[in-house]
Design a protein around this ligand. Structure first.
Ligand code: SF4
Length: 343
């Protein structure tokens, strides 16, 4: 099969075919394409959780509002400063600030202050917070936000409704329209994804790709990125989910690279070191490293916590990930962007 010029509409057939030779061909083409557009560079970043209060009831997440045993906390501005300093001292230069989804506990003004503080330590600051109004995104852009990550979780409206029991996140349309608001606000990078496993991944990946393609056409000045987090079941959650195998992940990432040659594709520490190391080069351009998913996790540098948003399966430090990349012949990048507009 000729994979050059592969189109999104070609994917349903490819996704349904269990054909080892075709998958190997896709992998080779994806490796070539990644090399052509990104060389051997892999950008490194780390998440920075500043609050874990949440108003939503996503059945698949341990942070959900009615999980009363979950210790809740929110960093003060002084603690955010110390947390940024601790993270920056590891060598990380790109940070992704996260909150649970609570406008009440983490209002836009608080997030804005966090962005301004982080901007003193990191040349690249991105956000993963609840969906905001366009004006609020604009204010955050002016405060120094370079990118926003927002996952639709699942594009299946009915399944979305079943899995998001209560809270503002129940509003499917407000969430799906958020990337438009982010783009109109002037933010230059938008990372999108679906939480694989909530429903049949074939459908979600197709809808995600179509969504990103339509946004690319509307906002040619924006860089769209992709991520494919796999669901990790939390304790006591007995809902039925859909398994996504390593082989299927390889197929999804290769397909993403082939239909979006220039898109950044990231892989988080939800994945094991073995899997992460294996798929570098296939299409991945961004990796988290030395991550803590705990509020205040870098000041305390605890590694055996149970109150993170999800378990970190790759506990390697920033230096260890960097060393692994160099050993494999990649070029770890800590700074590829410096915003001079607001200085
Ligand atoms: S997935 Fe996000 S919005 Fe849902 S419960 Fe967890 S932290 Fe809250």
């Amino acid at each position: 099969m000729d994979l050059t010029g592969l189109k999104i509409e070609d994917l349903p057939v490819i996704f349904r075919r269990d054909d080892r030779a075709l998958l190997e061909e896709m992998v080779r083409a994806a490796v070539d394409m990644t090399r052509r557009y990104f060389g051997r560079t892999i950008s490194l970043y780390a998440p920075l959780y500043i609050s874990n209060y949440c108003q939503n009831e996503c059945v698949y997440c341990g942070f959900h509002a009615s999980h009363v045993d979950m210790p809740r906390s929110k960093l003060t501005l002084e603690q955010i400063d110390r947390e940024c300093a601790a993270l920056a001292s590891t060598g990380i230069r790109s940070c992704l600030i996260l909150t649970g989804e609570s406008r009440l506990h983490s209002p836009p003004a608080y997030i804005r202050e966090a962005v301004i503080i982080a901007g003193r330590y990191f040349p690249y600051v991105a956000l993963e917070v609840y969906p905001l109004e366009e004006k609020e995104y604009r204010d955050l852009y002016l405060a120094g936000v370079d990118g926003v990550t927002l996952y639709q979780e699942t594009y299946d409206r009915q399944r979305y409704d079943e899995l998001h029991l209560a809270g503002p996140k129940k509003n499917y349309d407000y969430r799906i329209d958020a990337p438009d608001r982010i783009a109109r606000a002037g933010i230059r990078q938008i990372s999108m994804g679906a939480l694989l496993g909530l429903t049949d991944w074939h459908e979600d990946v197709m809808r995600l790709f179509e969504h990103v393609r339509s946004l690319e056409k509307k906002y040619p000045g924006v860089e769209f990125g992709l991520a494919f987090p796999r669901l990790r079941r939390v304790a006591d959650d007995e809902h039925n989910y859909f398994e996504v195998s390593d082989r299927e992940m390889v197929k999804i990432i290769a397909a993403a690279r082939l239909v979006f040659p220039r898109a950044g594709i990231s892989i988080s520490t939800r994945e094991t070191p073995v899997f992460r190391d294996r798929i570098i080069g296939l299409g991945i351009t961004k990796m988290s490293a030395g991550s803590s998913t705990r509020v205040g996790g870098y000041i305390e540098s605890k590694t055996d916590y149970e109150d993170g948003q999800f378990q970190v399966f790759d506990p390697r430090s920033f230096d260890e990930v960097k060393a692994m990349l160099i050993k494999k012949g990649f070029d770890p990048v800590v700074t590829d962007w410096r915003n001079i507009v607001n200085i």
